[in-house]
Design a protein around this ligand. Sequence first.
Ligand code: SF4
Length: 501
Amino acid sequence: MSHNFNDDISTPEKFVVTLELVPGREILGGAIETIKKISKEAYDDGRITAVSITDNPGGNPALSPDAIGREILDYGMDVIVHFTCRDANRMGMESRALQLARMGMRNILALTGDYSGKGFGGRGTPVFDFDSVILTTMLSDLNRRLISSGSSEVFVTGCAVSPFKYTEAETWIQYRKLQRKIEAGASFAITQLGYDIDKFEELLRFNRDKEVKVPMLASLYLLNKGAATVMHSGKIPGVHVAKQLYERILADYAVPGEGPKRAIERTARLGAVLKGIGYNGIHIAGIHKNFDTVAAILDRMEEIGHNWEEYREEFREESNGRFYIYKEAAVEEVADGGRSEIKLKFGDEVHYLFLRTAHDLFFDKEASLAPMYRKISSAFEKKNASWMLKMFLEDPFKKLMLSCKSCGDCGIQHVGFLCPESGCPKHTRNGACGGSRDGYCEVNQDKLCVWVRAYYRMKRHNETEQLTASFVPPRSWELQDTSSWINFHLDRDHQKVAKAT
Ligand code: SF4
């Protein structure tokens, strides 16, 4: 049965079911045939609105979702294409978006993406020219162009959100980034994978409080023993399987023949609870063999749906030492220095205050001295002497203070006076990716996420509201290795772009 994803998610009374499929590294053979077979059976079943197809998951090469997605679309099943920022720069991404539009594939899940994995010859270059907020903005801009060129169909762009963050900093940054994505044009959101019902409810309550109104789909993963072991170990960025749940799954699989049945039952129960608490749909993943499992989950959800409240407690996790916005007890634990609170070193405070003061003195276009800095910058330019300022003053200072990468389009003021180029492997400028864990970076796991550091630096001064408060445009690559100070004062960097839009 044919569905139109956009129509279904735009219908408030409809509970939408999407199904995530993962292509492998081949163009023929069993894995591809399985994906096509599951999609065909999903279409025949009629309860699935769209299949969503991953984009080089884990950063490893796989058949493009654009190619297999088009084949699936041809027999009537609607498709959501995952679109990450890892593998192409802005030209490549725009070109891919145009190609998708031309192919008639308009449902996009815009993601920053996992870090680069291994391809031919080893690890590939992590591009991350954009982050997911900027990608969403680019797709909105493309929509305006599509409309003005006479196209009747535009991109329906969605985003990911991870409520399964257990430090105060990560929680707030994730939710604020969700707001930025929606402002940028995201019209639906899909949660990261987790099983903590308090966090699922936290997201819905945050949305109500902040009047976030786009449809929310909750991820639901068929958790077998193998998947649970990998996810519990923390090897999948941003995915959270707690110890108690993992132990229950091991116990299920210890009973011969019981594990798979109980995995289906658990998935159905969580699906029923998520529908009961108000999610607009579910996004089922972890299906690799056949559609029967999905049908069994949906059948069981229908059977137990009226009793969903009975199952809610099964998905409540111990909150000890974790941060929840709306749970008083857990918030008190923050003061005890639990996992939810991260203490920065004294040096971080000095570093922040020093750079913030310098920024206020020298890089405020509203300040009384701003015209003078502009004149000085112009004089350096006229005498072709900018390189001297950069080489003898700016570089030594910024390399020492920030491990500056000389991008020439400085973004430290958006990240608590930390460098998004040297500090974040994905160069995010609009908030953290979803991959951090307990405050630590997805990529450099022994280092705090740069956004977590920024949050706690600003928190001491009640300034966290400024963090991810508004859209930060992408950096201009033509400014690489030029003086960011002069670029700022002569209105060449992204801050001029921000003013003009
Ligand atoms: S520093 Fe934070 S935002 Fe950047 S890659 Fe690491 S976890 Fe993601």
